[in-house]
Design a protein around this ligand. Structure first.
Ligand code: VG1
Ligand code: CO
Length: 543
C-alpha cells in the first residue's frame, strides 16, 4: 500500500538558488526536511500533475538517497512518469538531452558540479525546464518565495525503488522508468560530428588523454572515445565515478587537473588532453605543452565549427557570459554572426538558443555548448575539438597560434579569493560600486581607468532585466578587469577578478598570461586594496 503523507514542516532560511541551483554543504542537505522543503517549493512552483520528469545526478555522496526522496515527492505531487538514469546517474548535458528527446516537462539534476563531494563537502539540486535548460530567474525566484512559507510537504509512503535495473516499475500511480544514462545523449551528439574522420585520426596514431576526474563523464567518455571512435583503452583516466570524486575537486582547470597538465607538458605528452567536471558540463582543453584558455577555446570553436557536419551551414551567432574574454566577439564580427553578452550562468543562454539567435555559447569557467541541448556540454566540446583536429590535421598549438595571428590574442586570467568573510566581500563590492562614477580619468599604478560601470542585462527575447552582474573597469591599452561575487560557493564569499588585455601584434602574443596581465592585477589591487583588507597574500586560485 502506498499513501501520500503530509509532513508538517517549517520554512528554512537561505534556500535561495544561486548561479546554478541550490548548493549547500552535504550535511545541510541531509538535515531532516531540508531537501524535502526545497523539493516541495520546486514541485509547487512548477506544478507537476500528470507530468513526465527526468531525474539524475553526478553520483556524489547522498545522490542515491536524495533520488529516492525526489521520486516519492514527485509521485505525491501527481507526476505521471519519472525517467531516471540507472543508479540515479545522469550528466547535466545528458539530463538536458533526455528532457528534450522525451518531451518531458522538466527535470531534477542532483549536483554541485565542480564543487567537491562527500559527507563534509557539497551537494546541490537544480531544476531544468521543458526546453532542457536551467530554470530562469522568474522560476527560481518563485521557488525561493515558496520556501519562505511552507507548512508541510507531500511524500509517498513507499519502499525505495530499485534504480539499478533498467525498465519500468511503479511508485503508487507514477511510473518510474530507469534508462541507460549514456544512450540518449550519445544519439544526440553523434550526428553532429564526422566520426569517420575522428576514427581515422586515432587510427593514424593520434594520442589523447581524457581525465574524467572520478566524476560522471567516465562512462560517457569510454563509450564514445574508446568505443565509437576507436581510441585505445586507457585514453580515459579516472573513469570510475566515485561519491567523493577520489577526494579531489572535480574542476577541470590547470590547478585541479594538475596530473593531466604535467603529462601534457611532459616529454611523452599525448597530442591532445581534456578533462571535465563533476556533472560533465565543463571542459578543459590542452594540447602538447599548450593550455587553451576557455575563452580562447570558445573563439576557436566558433571560428572552426563549420568543419563539423552539424554546423556545416554556419552558425547563427555566438553568446558569451560577460566576464568571458572578448575573443569570441572578434570571430562573430569577422564572420558576420550575431553576438550577445549575457550575465554569468547558463540559464541566460536558453532564450537566445530557443529563439535561434545563437548556435554556440560559452563561459570563461570552462563551459561551452551549442543548440543541441540547453546546457553546457563538456564532452561535446571535446568532440568538436577532435573533429577540428581531424579536419585540419594540425596540432592544438598550431591552431591556436594561427587563430591569434588572424584575430589577435586576448590575454586572460581569473583570480579567485575564496571563502572570504561575506560581509567583508560585500563591503568591497559596495565601496567599488559607490566609487564607479569617480573612477574614469584616475590612474592606478600608472594605468588609467577609461570607463567603469556595473553590468545589467536586458534579455532580448523576454525583456526581463537582471542587474548587478559584475563591475567592469576598462583601462588604457584595451584592457579590462571585472569583479563579481560567486553564486555557487557554500562557504563565505568568493570574489572573482577577471583580467584581460587585447594584443593584436603577433610578435607579442607569446607571453605568459600572468606576466602579461601583471600590471593590470596590480592596478586592481591599488584600486580595491583587496589584499590589505582581506589579509590575504594573493588569490587562492589563478586559472
Ligand atoms: C560559476 C561560473 C559560471 C558557471 C557556474 C556553474 O558560477 O563562474 O560561469 O555557469 O559556476 O557552473 P559563479 O557564480 O560561482 O561564478 V557548474 O559547471 O559549477 O554548474
Ligand atoms: Co558543472
Amino acid at each position: 500500500m502506498t499513501a501520500v503523507r503530509r509532513v508538517p514542516t517549517q520554512p528554512v532560511e537561505g534556500q535561495k538558488p544561486g548561479t546554478s541551483g541550490l548548493r549547500k554543504k552535504t550535511r545541510v542537505f541531509m538535515t531532516p526536511g531540508y531537501l524535502e522543503n526545497y523539493a516541495e517549493a520546486t514541485l509547487q512552483a512548477v506544478g507537476v500533475r500528470g507530468a513526465t520528469l527526468i531525474l539524475g545526478g553526478d553520483g556524489r555522496f547522498f545522490n542515491d538517497k536524495a533520488a529516492q526522496v525526489l521520486l516519492k515527492m514527485s509521485a505525491a505531487h501527481g507526476a505521471a512518469r519519472v525517467i531516471v538514469g540507472r543508479g540515479a546517474i545522469l550528466s547535466t548535458p545528458a539530463a538536458s538531452a533526455l528532457i528534450r528527446a522525451r518531451g518531458a516537462q522538466g527535470g531534477f539534476i542532483m549536483s554541485a558540479s565542480h564543487n567537491p563531494g562527500g559527507l563534509d563537502e557539497d551537494f546541490g539540486l537544480k531544476f531544468n525546464m521543458a526546453n532542457g535548460g536551467p530554470a530562469p530567474e522568474s522560476v527560481t525566484d518563485a521557488i525561493f518565495a515558496r520556501t519562505k512559507s511552507l507548512a508541510e510537504y507531500l511524500i509517498l509512503d513507499a519502499p525505495d525503488v530499485d534504480l539499478a535495473r533498467l525498465g519500468e516499475s511503479r511508485l503508487g500511480e507514477m511510473v518510474v522508468e530507469v534508462v541507460d544514462p549514456v544512450e540518449t545523449w550519445r544519439e544526440t551528439v553523434a550526428p553532429l560530428f564526422d566520426f569517420e574522420a575522428i576514427r581515422a585520426l586515432f587510427a593514424s596514431g593520434f594520442r589523447m588523454r581524457f581525465d574524467a576526474m572520478h566524476a560522471v563523464t567516465g562512462p560517457y567518455a569510454k563509450a564514445i572515445l574508446e568505443g565509437d571512435l576507436g581510441a585505445p583503452a586507457g585514453t580515459v583516466i579516472n573513469g570510475e565515478p566515485s561519491p567523493d570524486f577520489g577526494g579531489g575537486h572535480p574542476d577541470p582547470n590547470p590547478v585541479w587537473a594538475r596530473a593531466l597538465m604535467e603529462e601534457m607538458y611532459g616529454p611523452e605528452a599525448p597530442d591532445f588532453g581534456a578533462a571535465s567536471d563533476g556533472d560533465g558540463d565543463r571542459n578543459m582543453i590542452v594540447g602538447r605543452s599548450c593550455y587553451v584558455s576557455p575563452s580562447d577555446s570558445l573563439a576557436v570553436l566558433a571560428a572552426n565549427a563549420p568543419l563539423a557536419p552539424g554546423y556545416a551551414e554556419g552558425l547563427a551567432g555566438v553568446a558569451r557570459s560577460m566576464p568571458t574574454s572578448r575573443a569570441a566577439d572578434r570571430v562573430a564580427a569577422a564572420r558576420g554572426m550575431n553576438f550577445f553578452e549575457t550575465p554569468t550562468g547558463w540559464k541566460f543562454f536558453g532564450n537566445l538558443l530557443d529563439a535561434g539567435k545563437v548556435t554556440l555559447c560559452g563561459e570563461e569557467s570552462a563551459g561551452t555548448g551549442s543548440d543541441h541541448v540547453r546546457e553546457k556540454d563538456g564532452l561535446w566540446a571535446v568532440l568538436l575539438w577532435l573533429n577540428i583536429l581531424a579536419a585540419r590535421r594540425q596540432s592544438v598549438a598550431e591552431i591556436l597560434q594561427a587563430h591569434w595571428r588572424e584575430f589577435g590574442r586576448d590575454y586572460y586570467t581569473r583570480h579567485d579569493y575564496e571563502a572570504l568573510d561575506s560581509a567583508l566581500a560585500e563591503g568591497i563590492m559596495n565601496d567599488l560600486r559607490a566609487a564607479l562614477p569617480s573612477l574614469p580619468g584616475k590612474s592606478f599604478t600608472g594605468l588609467a581607468v577609461e570607463k567603469a560601470d556595473e553590468f545589467a542585462y536586458r534579455d532580448p527575447v523576454d525583456g526581463s532585466l537582471t542587474e548587478r552582474q559584475g563591475i567592469r573597469l576598462h583601462f588604457a591599452g584595451d584592457s579590462r578587469a571585472v569583479l563579481r561575487l560567486s553564486g555557487t560557493g557554500t562557504e563565505g564569499a568568493t570574489l572573482r577578478i577577471y583580467l584581460e588585455r587585447f594584443e593584436p601584434d603577433p610578435a607579442r602574443q607569446n607571453q605568459d598570461p600572468q606576466e602579461a596581465l601583471g600590471d593590470l592585477a596590480a592596478a586592481v589591487e591599488a584600486l580595491t586594496h583587496l589584499r590589505e583588507i582581506s589579509g590575504r597574500e594573493g588569490p587562492d586560485v589563478r586559472t
